[in-house]
Design a protein around this ligand. Structure first.
Ligand code: PSU
Ligand code: MN
Length: 304
């Protein structure tokens, strides 16, 4: 028994990869488990547009009926965005073979998207936030952190939400050999806010400087990734004290209800939207678009 090739690369993406023109991968868990409909689909479309504005071709990655797609059609985006989240498996490294074998629908996390991007030959990937070490649960460590240590893809994001233990998350990244870059900042962003109060490993201010770092990592043949953190645009930054209150409340509720494992992050993200009366969605959308733009610019610098 043999499986068909698991990757279906959209024609435009395949052409760009052969021609060595810039491509940026995008994940799909943010669409199925991170944002509510219809903002999820609207934001996915807007993020693709900002990757183009930055000078690269977007390739959103997801699994539909056991086939991995690299580059989705508008119909496929709408399909995923309207499915109930319980019917779409959230896919990190461990889940990918299962979803293929059982021909399920799957949304790729940061970890899952890095694996597929690397298989397809895509070096850059943009998203909102990565997973990390959960507050009060030091053994609930997102698979994103180990994937960054073992797959050579550069992830452009706005750091991690402070639903996580950010100092512990930084330590695990260091252990895994992942350099944390601040793009135009000395401080590690905390998703809704521009600073977590923690430092980054290095500040870089231009797409060219990041591209040079990626080239150097490649020259060393290190099979690990790099994290480039971009603060939410100032206009959309949320109040740090308010977010801290809301996140403390949401994590306490999750603990009280026994919500853990793969369900923890999606539940907390949804609760934060409720507790901010939807205001956090605007910040979320703004930073996703901005990260798409920056990743597009870095991808363009990389191939030039
Ligand atoms: N953080 C966000 N938004 C998200 C996620 C994280 O602010 O949508 C998603 C990403 O796909 C990330 C995943 O890879 O959640 C991490 O889940 P876990 O903590 O279960 O590894
Ligand atoms: Mn987890």
């Amino acid at each position: 028994m043999t499986l068909e090739s698991p990757l279906i690369i959209a024609p435009a993406v395949a052409e760009a990869l052969v021609a060595n023109t810039p491509v940026v991968a995008l994940e799909s868990t943010v669409i199925t488990h991170g944002l509510p409909y219809p903002q999820n689909v609207e934001t996915a479309v807007a993020m693709e547009a900002s990757v183009r504005e930055g000078g690269a071709l977007p390739a959103t990655i997801a699994i539909i009926q056991g086939q991995i797609y690299v580059g989705l059609t508008p119909d496929q985006l709408e399909y995923l965005g309207t499915r109930h989240r319980d019917d779409v498996r959230k896919c990190s490294r461990r889940d990918l073979p299962l979803v293929l074998a059982q021909k399920m629908d799957g949304a790729t996390t940061v970890a899952g998207t890095m694996i597929v991007a690397h298989l397809a030959g895509i070096q850059l990937f943009a998203t909102g936030g990565i997973g990390g070490v959960h507050r009060g649960h030091p053994f609930d460590v997102s698979a994103d952190l180990s994937e960054l240590g073992r797959t050579p893809v550069t992830v452009v994001c706005s750091g991690a939400k402070s639903i996580l233990d950010l100092p512990a998350t930084r330590e695990v990244l260091e252990t895994n050999g992942v350099l944390v870059v601040g793009y135009g900042t000395d401080d590690l962003p905390a998703f809704f806010t521009r600073s977590s109060g923690l430092p980054v490993d290095v500040r870089l201010d231009t797409p060219t400087a990041v591209a040079q770092l990626i080239e150097a990592r490649r020259a060393l043949n290190l099979q690990s990734g790099t994290l480039v953190t971009v603060p939410v645009p100032s206009k959309w930054e949320m109040d740090a004290d308010e977010m801290e209150r809301i996140i403390t409340q949401a994590t306490a509720e999750a603990d009280a209800q026994g919500i853990h494992g793969a369900a923890a992050t999606p539940w907390l993200l949804g609760r934060v939207v409720e507790l901010t009366n939807g205001r956090s969605l605007q910040a979320n959308t703004a930073l996703l678009r901005n990260n798409g733009l920056v990743a597009g610019q870095i991808a363009a610098a990389l191939t030039s």
